[in-house]
Design a protein around this ligand. Structure first.
Ligand SMILES: C[S@@+](CC[C@H](N)C(=O)[O-])C[C@H]1O[C@@H](n2cnc3c(N)ncnc32)[C@H](O)[C@@H]1O
Length: 230
């Protein structure tokens, strides 16, 4: 059967997450639960050091997968909202988040966050998702973050960095596929200028972009208190 095209995110990611094991494998590339939890703590630390986490924050994750981060973050914030295109991923997330009453899961179209009202959340983040999206859809989510955030709200996003050694290896591995045999979820990197441009074009202020671990490029920024004049 021909796989769904990359931009049919719902079909692609529902297929990859039919079982819990397959879902976890496609979230992080392995199924070792201890490593999975340690990596979640690592990402939590990165979010604390960039956008920060406050006890009265409503925090939203775009592309939350099986709730890897929701589970470690929910105890430190007022509410954690996990959004994902895949109903299967959300089903696995529901199990992982059992007992965490301040969490909520929302299925989205794959192109916008329409169920979430304007100016309703304090922080938005999107990690390990941009590599699976077309560039236009990455930017649409940056714009959606701007819409959903309260004035002064914080946004974080990341991707594999084309300029890093590992990012370049990823690029070369992808190039080896015949064009008609490329898996639809194959990772596509970003660069520092791409992330910076998206954040600035969307109207964010205090834009910062950095690299880490010879793999990642990540950016974070703040929604201005006053809308910028046209
Ligand atoms: C590699 S996993 C990362 C999950 C989670 N962010 C984490 O770090 O544990 C990518 C996730 O993005 C979701 N996804 C893929 N395309 C999406 C889209 N267009 N909109 C929202 N979520 C999407 C997938 O269903 C999957 O759960």
């Amino acid at each position: 059967m021909t796989p769904a095209p990359r931009s049919n995110y719902k079909a692609v990611w529902n297929t990859l997450s039919q079982t819990q094991e397959s879902a976890i494998l496609h979230v992080c590339g392995y199924v070792d639960e201890l490593r999975f939890c340690n990596d979640a703590e690592d990402t939590l630390g990165l979010l604390r050091g960039t956008i920060g986490l406050r006890a009265d924050d409503v925090v939203l994750e775009i592309g939350c997968g099986v709730g890897r981060l929701g589970r470690v973050m929910a105890p430190f914030v007022k509410e954690w909202i996990g959004c994902d295109v895949s109903s299967n991923m959300l089903r696995h997330a529901q199990r992982r988040l059992l007992g965490l009453a301040n969490t909520r899961l929302v299925e989205i179209s794959g192109y916008d966050l329409r169920p979430i009202p304007d100016s309703s959340v304090d922080a938005v983040y999107c990690t390990a998702v941009f590599m699976h999206l077309e560039e236009w859809d990455r930017y649409s989510y940056v714009l959606e973050a701007m819409r959903m955030l309260k004035p002064g709200g914080r946004f974080y996003c990341d991707n594999a960095d084309l300029e890093s050694e590992q990012g370049w290896r990823m690029f070369e591995e992808g190039r080896r596929f015949r064009p008609d045999e490329r898996p639809p979820q194959i990772s596509k990197c970003s660069t520092v200028p791409e992330i910076e441009t998206f954040l600035k074009r969307a109207g964010f202020k205090d834009v910062r972009v950095e690299r880490r671990q010879n793999l990642w490029v990540y950016g974070w920024a703040v929604k201005p208190e006053q809308p910028s004049s046209p």
